[in-house]
Design a protein around this ligand. Structure first.
Ligand code: ARG
Length: 468
């Protein structure tokens, strides 16, 4: 057994400890390896806190100025990569506070007045996530713009729309692309809503009960541009809902990206051959010289697993926690950081990938001709001639069966033959049996007709600030 030292603790919280912390405990509990990422926000929060303490007469103006100067210097040192983070100081909060005290002396030791790391870490995390939400919004808008550009470029191109991955009805390629713009718009809206709950100032909850010192939480909130302050000090220090919600937002973004990735993978197979991803965005095989693989969409799809894992992990961490702060909560940051890094990188490369994907409109058109995809149009034609829809469905089903026997398409049948199935069919039936006729008949709001899609695209372009 290793010899235990009996030197007293030199921790910032070590007053009541007779023994120094075990090295294994220091290693096991340190978070500085990853929470150093929060330094800017930790300093920002400490500066606002110091200003408030001076305003309230809890420290002098000279002490405040020394603190502000010290923190400014420390921030610059970290920016330059010169600051030495120490694992024995556990986390970003104590690394900075210790460096401050070493630098400015007694005034540094007053910074933690009326504050606990429990409210401090909550503050840092919220400040950080507020910025990250804005960064995500910008990345999402970029992806939307890439879709809008492709939709504009291919306006009028037709393709098979699918249900159950079976050819269903002819649609415009632009309609398909604009579907993703909607998905990512919901993601943006969801993030905006989540940001409202991030944007609440927790400092002043202290350890969990509030403080007996005369602080001004509203002033700190205004200083840090928060919309409001948290209402219950116990809820505040135990709350990570804002982190969980952010993780959920990230998950739905990544799931949307994954669906797109799946389509790009399918569409670039020989079997579909609907899209060609640029060489710069594909990779080859080390053994099969002919291969060109869609690794980027595959990785985007694959990374969905770890983003989902992050949400599950934090939900489980929070699940059994009694109020208020528990050290378990330190597990929040790595999950959120990893999910954020993953989703941001995926969004950035998706925008590039879309710009470097060529949609093969002739192949899409050819695939739209087959598969009886105007069968619904024929049924609608009969409905317009007053046949109840269920009967029309039956009539068209029988016509499709005949075509299958003959190995021909609906429009290949002579009029006389069609009329044997229903006397309601006349020569104008061929208008609806064509792909273009079918697409342009879908004039319902949100439908795939050229008119509707053009309207939608124009609105999207206006919203995204794309000159059309
Ligand atoms: N590093 C800690 C965390 O991320 C900061 C709060 C620690 N508070 C405490 N009482 N040990 O959660």
């Amino acid at each position: 057994m290793a010899a235990e030292t009996n030197r007293p603790s030199d921790k910032m919280w070590g007053g009541r400890f007779a023994e120094a912390t075990a090295a294994s405990v220091e290693a096991f509990s340190a978070s500085i390896q990853y929470d150093a990422r929060l330094y800017r926000y930790d300093i920002m929060g400490s500066m606002a806190h110091a200003r408030m303490l001076a305003r309230q007469g809890l420290i002098t103006n000279e002490e405040r100025d020394a603190i502000l100067r010290g923190l400014t210097e420390i921030e610059a040192e970290i920016d330059r990569g010169e600051f030495v983070f120490k694992p024995e100081l556990e986390d970003i909060h104590m690394n900075i506070e210790k460096a401050l005290t070493d630098r400015i002396g007694a005034a540094g030791a007053k910074l933690h007045t009326a504050r606990s790391r429990n409210d401090q870490v909550n503050l840092d995390f919220r400040l950080y996530l507020r910025d990250e939400a804005d960064a995500l919004d910008a990345l999402l808008a970029n992806v939307q713009r890439a879709f809008a550009r492709q939709a504009r470029k291919h306006l009028g191109a037709v393709m098979p729309g699918y249900t159950h991955l079976q050819r269903a009805q002819p649609v415009l390629l632009s309609h398909h692309l604009l579907a993703y713009v909607e998905m990512f718009q919901r993601d943006r809206d969801r993030l905006t809503d989540c940001r409202r709950r991030i944007d609440i100032m927790p400092l002043g909850a202290a350890a969990m009960a509030g403080t007996g010192l005369p602080i001004d939480r509203h002033w700190v909130a205004a200083e840090l541009k928060f919309a409001a302050i948290t209402a219950n000090s116990m809820d505040t220090t135990g709350d990570r809902d804002f982190a969980l919600e952010t993780l959920f937002c990230l998950n739905l973004i990544q799931v949307h990206l994954s669906r797109l990735a799946e389509e790009l993978v399918l569409w670039s197979t020989k079997e579909f051959d609907f899209a060609r991803i640029g060489d710069r965005y594909c990779t080859g095989s080390s053994i099969m010289p002919q291969k060109k693989n869609p690794d980027i969409p595959e990785l985007i799809r694959g990374k969905t697993g770890r983003v989902t894992g992050a949400l599950m992990a934090l939900l489980m961490t929070v699940k059994g926690l009694p109020l208020t702060y528990n050290r378990d909560l330190q597990e929040d940051k790595e999950q959120v950081f990893d999910a954020l890094d993953t989703v941001k990188a995926s969004l950035a490369i998706t925008a590039e990938l879309l710009d470097h994907t060529e949609f093969k409109t002739e192949r899409l058109r050819a695939a739209t001709g087959g598969g009886f995809m105007t069968a619904t149009d024929l049924a609608d034609y009969l409905v317009r001639r007053n046949l109840p829809f269920r009967q029309a469905h039956g009539v068209v089903g029988r016509i499709v069966a005949l075509c299958q026997d003959r190995d021909c398409e609906l429009a290949d049948l002579p009029l006389a033959e069609l009329q044997q199935f229903s006397a309601l069919i006349e020569a104008d039936v061929f208008d609806v049996l064509t792909v273009e006729g079918s697409v342009d008949s879908r004039l319902s709001a949100g439908g795939t007709s050229r008119v509707r899609v053009e309207e939608t695209l124009a609105g999207v372009e206006r919203f995204l600030g794309i000159p059309s």
